[in-house]
Write a new protein. Structure first.
Length: 238
């Protein structure tokens, strides 16, 4: 008789995860905002790891120029709504996960539903500031992530820690590069998305996290820096 194997066998053997961590993960609900490059990696890794429920928000259609960095999409998906294509790929990877899709631009009402964690995978800084503000006002933990050219940045944010506004005051946002203008090295998307998923995995399995710690990585110079970001007393948010 064939021995029953647990699909999560290899991650169950990680001592910091184990069966308790896996059970915690399977009870978890996350909101992933944006299923482009970062969202592709974040959602595929969390779904394959066996998260309980994932809700995806987007309103875009897959384009040919997405395929080099948005790993789940294929040529057959070009012209298809990202949410439709993404849900098909994710559900095929793990039938046990509840996958919800919401086709709309980001709005604060999305946070009326209770999630354990919000993961910002958008590529739009005005939206990132809005997500930051809305999560901070509601006391919802969220994971900031961004990447462009060869650089990626991630930070776990909670109501006690430095937030995006503490990190980059909004009036300086014009200095930050965007993918469409300065290009994107496809592998920096994989690394940055995987770091966001790693922060989520640690929190959702163990309830442990370090907020207000920025990781800046560069996959051309291979500089990886960890920076403690101080919460500003005069932060505009809260
Ligand atoms: Zn702040």
């Amino acid at each position: 008789m064939k021995k029953m194997t647990n699909r999560y066998d290899r991650q169950l053997k990680i001592k910091q995860i184990g069966i308790d961590g896996q059970n915690n993960l399977e009870q978890s609900k996350v909101l992933v905002i944006g299923v482009g490059g970062l969202g592709s990696f974040v959602s595929s890794e969390l779904v394959k790891a066996g998260i309980g429920e994932i809700t995806l928000v987007d309103y875009d259609v897959v384009e040919l120029t997405n395929l080099h960095r948005q790993n789940l999409y294929t040529e057959a998906d070009v012209g298809v709504e990202k949410l439709t294509a993404m849900k098909n790929h994710l559900q095929a990877a793990n039938k046990n996960v509840v996958i919800n899709t919401i086709s709309q631009k980001y709005s604060a009402e999305l946070l009326d539903t209770k999630y354990d964690l919000v993961i910002d995978c958008t590529d739009n800084f005005p939206v990132k500031y809005q997500i930051n503000q809305d999560c901070q006002e509601r006391g919802i933990k969220h994971i900031f992530g961004t990447c462009a050219a060869n650089q990626g940045q991630v930070m776990f944010i909670d109501s006690e820690s430095a937030c995006l506004e503490c990190l980059y005051p909004k009036d300086k946002v014009a200095q930050l590069g965007l993918s469409a203008n300065i290009g994107t090295n496809p592998m920096i998307v994989a690394l940055t998305g995987s770091l966001q998923a790693s922060l989520a995995m640690k929190f959702l399995t163990s309830n442990k996290y370090t907020a207000g710690q920025l990781l800046v990585i560069d996959n051309w110079t291979f500089d990886f820096r960890k920076i403690k970001v101080n919460k500003k007393n005069n932060c505009l948010i809260k």
